[in-house]
Design a protein around this ligand. Structure first.
Ligand code: ATP
Length: 132
């Protein structure tokens, strides 16, 4: 099966894979070859692609996953492979967002800060998880 991870800026990944694991808004799920067609809303988190005995880790920042005809397409606003992630940038973004959350007056500001925290945490987790 094929996995394509696409943002508005670029194709982050386009490769044959054996298995895909990701985080939907209702929890984590996996797709193996022969899965029935699905369309699913994604949460901020990690997407893992298993290729033989290797696992590649990506961040996917919400969006949509479609699987049909042995092709898994993820459309997301931002995605990075583990090796692309700048760990220091993610740590700084996390600290900034945590500060903004503490100081947030309006609900919308708190929501934005929480989303930024989730993105930074996903990036740091992808760095920790690395490539097996
Ligand atoms: P920052 O405050 O550091 O920009 P952010 O969560 O607001 O973080 P996003 O809006 O999610 O950033 O992403 C903007 C662009 O920057 C995207 O293309 C994304 O892939 C890239 N990006 C953001 N943070 C990192 C990082 N730590 N390492 C590599 N690329 C990153």
């Amino acid at each position: 099966m094929k996995l394509k991870i696409i943002t508005q800026e670029r194709v982050v990944f386009d490769h044959d894979v054996d298995e895909v694991y990701t985080r939907g808004i209702d929890g984590e799920f996996g797709i193996l070859k022969g899965h029935i067609p699905i369309m699913s809303a994604l949460d901020i988190g990690l997407t893992k692609a298993v290729i033989g005995n290797e696992t590649k880790v990506f961040t996917t920042m919400g969006g949509i996953l479609q699987f049909k005809d042995e092709e898994c397409i993820i459309l997301t606003t931002a995605a990075e492979s583990g090796e692309e992630i700048d760990e220091l940038r993610a740590k700084e973004a996390l600290e900034r967002a945590q500060k903004r959350l503490k100081e947030a007056q309006a609900r919308i500001d708190a929501k934005r800060a929480e989303a930024a925290i989730a993105r930074a945490q996903a990036r740091l987790k992808a760095k920790l998880t690395g490539i097996e």
